[in-house]
Design a protein around this ligand. Structure first.
Ligand code: HPA
Length: 292
């Protein structure tokens, strides 16, 4: 029996996890971080988005009760409240933890659930991915329309957190239809090219085999990556609307791009970061304008 499934399935798990989330939220409220209705989850190399916000207040994850800390280079690990555009505030998770680092799914989604407890209603999530569909060349930005969870795990496995959401949440609009249109409108305004497609999450940390990429294609995936799905499932469960943007950094294994190296993935992400940051700011601005 794995520790994680024993732990989440046991009686009292939900109450204990909710207490951890509420303790984290209370600590952040005390430091003045409650208020923004839009949350942003930044993937690797996008820290500049948080650094450019005005009137920013930042709290390192290490100072937030029960927040796991990222162990990957490029993920600073801070929660930042700041102003993205005049009158538009956001709560930004600068750095995320990944399942492949050895965190449990429940650990991975605690930050997103805490944002919800702090009053966030919309989450804009970013990541890096490998392009499976031939037209999704490195450097392409893609709005995620849907996902396939190939990780073999699920953040909702175990006793349900009834205070956050239902036992059997519907995921048919997990990537909110209206927000996907907002992403297109924002992309046209910036302007940047924005593709659409389906994201498949693999467990990692190894990149996929060519056979796994063919399988991902066969089950409907356009890109593959190692994050996002846990956060989106937990967000949908808790009633958060989600918009997710993937930066395609390489051709997925066996699709003609040669050897995949993390350094190259990071280099492409850095090259596209400015475009993605501009798109993110425009999406956040439009989401806030629609909500007010
Ligand atoms: N596979 C999985 N995750 C990734 C990839 C990939 O090819 N590129 C960036 N993240």
């Amino acid at each position: 029996m794995s520790d994680a499934s024993a732990g989440t399935g046991g009686a009292g798990f939900a109450a204990a996890e909710l207490a951890r989330i509420d303790e984290a939220a209370a600590a952040l409220r005390a430091r003045g971080l409650a208020g923004p209705k839009v949350g942003v989850v930044l993937g690797s190399g996008l820290g500049a988005f948080a650094e450019r916000m005005k009137d920013a207040t930042a709290v390192p994850y290490a100072e937030i009760p029960h927040f796991p800390t990222p162990r990957v280079a490029g993920h600073a690990g801070r929660l930042v409240r700041g102003t993205v555009a005049p009158g538009v505030e956001a709560l930004v998770l600068q750095g995320r933890v990944h399942y492949y680092e050895g965190h449990t799914m429940v650990d991975v989604v605690r930050a997103v659930r805490t944002l919800r407890r702090l009053g966030v209603e919309t989450a804009v999530v970013t990541n890096a991915s490998g392009g499976v569909r031939p037209d999704l060349a490195p450097g392409t930005l893609m709005c995620i329309d849907d996902h396939v969870n190939l990780s073999g795990d699920d953040p909702l496995h175990g006793e349900n957190l009834d205070a956050l959401g239902p036992r059997f949440p519907d995921l048919s609009n997990a990537y909110d239809r209206r927000l996907r249109a907002v992403a297109d409108e924002a992309a046209a305004a910036v302007p940047v090219r924005l593709a659409h497609g389906v994201y498949a999450m693999t467990r990692g940390p190894a990149y996929e085999t060519p056979a796994e990429v063919r399988m991902a294609r066969a089950v409907g995936a356009d890109v593959v990556g190692m994050s996002t799905v846990p956060e989106v499932v937990a967000a949908a469960h808790a009633g958060l609307r989600v918009c997710a943007i993937s930066c395609v950094t390489n051709r997925a294994a066996g699709t003609g791009g040669g050897v995949i190296e993390h350094a190259h993935v990071a280099e492409v992400a850095a090259r596209v970061a400015e475009e993605l940051i501009a798109l993110l700011a425009e999406i956040v601005r439009r989401v806030a304008a629609e909500a007010s």
